[in-house]
Write a protein that binds this ligand. Structure first.
Ligand code: NAI
Ligand code: MG
Length: 356
């Protein structure tokens, strides 16, 4: 029995999470995967209004026993400043549960137009593996001589051997499981002359373990250009925290609407629960109207099933999403249709049984 903590959060998180669960339940019952869901109301503006904090004090012990966290979105800037809601919840989970891999599949789905001309479904299909705990996003540094002419600021990039090795190893193993067996490392060792050559050196060493994977590297500036000009030539891309952050917004942008993009924050050793959340936020501009696209959340369910060792149930969800998009009769307004969140969710859930 896999136990899932469900945290819908704010705004459209509360509208898309029930659809994600609906589809998960359909896939789980069909493939005999026992799942148990428990819902939590924290990590939301409502909770903050009632308690003055985003999370209960014992959140770590409360969530730790779960096999995974199925997360919607957090943020309601009218009530809680964004830095408070994000640092007070999601970033606590990522750090506390050592979710050092941030995974973003970027795939052009049928019926979803790409901003790139002439691309068809299947032409773009890569995954960004972002280091999620160290690198450029460190709190080491400071400010001196504030307000004087000598004013100076320093913020250090931190790369540890453990931190670099584990994320590169994860990406390499992921590439080995995919048909293309191709891993691209994002670097900038021509300009950042200490930490990035180290990143490259560790990558070369790691690659020796898996000769079946073709490993190459691109400087981050050139890589962004290649991704726009010829995204089809990439398979798995591994990157430091900052470069991965940039690539993981570029990727979903290339593959159309924000509403369909999933992401995962993974603790590969399974010492702690991993967290699955759509790329989009709480979308206050459309929240409460029942028109949000639930596909990003639903696809997160597939990523979660894969992590739980259920690849067939996961594949059924992805196939159902593709089939409903191809049919094109139940599309939400962001995809040019007039369907409601729940219509699209129900259509995918019933398709799960049919694509078998
Ligand atoms: P957003 O992703 O919530 O919305 C950006 C635009 O995309 C909006 O116009 C929205 O209507 C549209 N959109 C997003 N998801 C959609 C969906 N599923 N279907 C149809 N349209 C969709 O980003 P925004 O507006 O910058 O942030 C809103 C709040 O969400 C803020 O409080 C922000 O901090 C938070 N946020 C939370 C994230 C998280 O929980 N991981 C990630 C990004 C933002
Ligand atoms: Mg970002």
């Amino acid at each position: 029995m896999a136990r899932i903590a469900v945290i819908p959060g704010d705004g459209i998180g509360r509208e898309v999470v029930p659809e994600g669960i609906r589809v998960l339940e359909a896939a789980a019952s069909l493939h005999g995967v026992p799942l148990e869901f428990e819902w939590f109301d924290f990590a939301s503006a409502d909770y903050w209004t009632r308690h003055g904090t985003m999370l209960p004090d014992d959140w770590f012990d409360l969530l730790r026993p779960y096999d995974a966290i199925f997360f919607g979105a957090v943020g309601w800037p009218e009530v809680v400043p964004d830095h408070v809601s994000l640092w007070g919840s999601l970033l606590q989970f990522r750090r506390g549960f050592d979710q050092y891999v941030n995974l973003r599949p970027c795939r052009l789905l049928p019926g979803v137009p790409s901003p790139l001309a002439g691309r068809q479904a299947g032409d773009i299909d890569f995954i960004v593996v972002r280091e999620n705990t160290e690198g450029e996003y460190s709190s080491i540094g400071g400010r001196m001589f504030e307000g004087t002419e000598r004013e100076l600021v320093v913020q250090q990039t931190v790369m540890t051997r453990v931190g670099v090795d584990r994320v590169q190893a994860y990406a390499l193993d992921l590439a080995a499981r995919r048909p293309a067996r191709h891993l691209t490392s994002a670097t900038k060792s021509n300009g950042i002359s200490i930490s990035m050559p180290y990143w490259d050196e560790r990558m070369r060493q790691a690659a020796e373990r898996r000769p079946e994977v073709r490993v190459d590297q691109f400087h981050i500036d050139a890589l962004t250009a290649h991704l726009v000009l010829d995204p089809g030539k990439f398979d798995v891309i591994v990157a430091s925290n900052l470069f991965g952050d940039i690539l993981s917004d570029l990727g979903p942008a290339l593959t159309g609407t924000l509403g369909v993009a999933p992401s995962a924050n993974i603790n590969p050793e399974r010492t702690f629960p991993s967290l699955f959340e759509p790329v989009h936020g709480s979308a206050p501009d459309i929240a409460g109207r029942g028109i949000a696209n639930p596909i990003g959340q639903i696809w997160c369910g597939a990523l979660m099933l894969e992590h739980l060792g259920q690849p067939r149930a996961a594949a059924a969800i992805v196939a159902a999403v593709e089939s409903v998009l191809t049919a094109g009769t139940q599309l939400t307004p962001d995809l040019g249709g007039a369907a409601r969140t729940e219509d699209l969710g129900r259509a995918i859930a019933s398709e799960v049984a049919r694509v078998e």
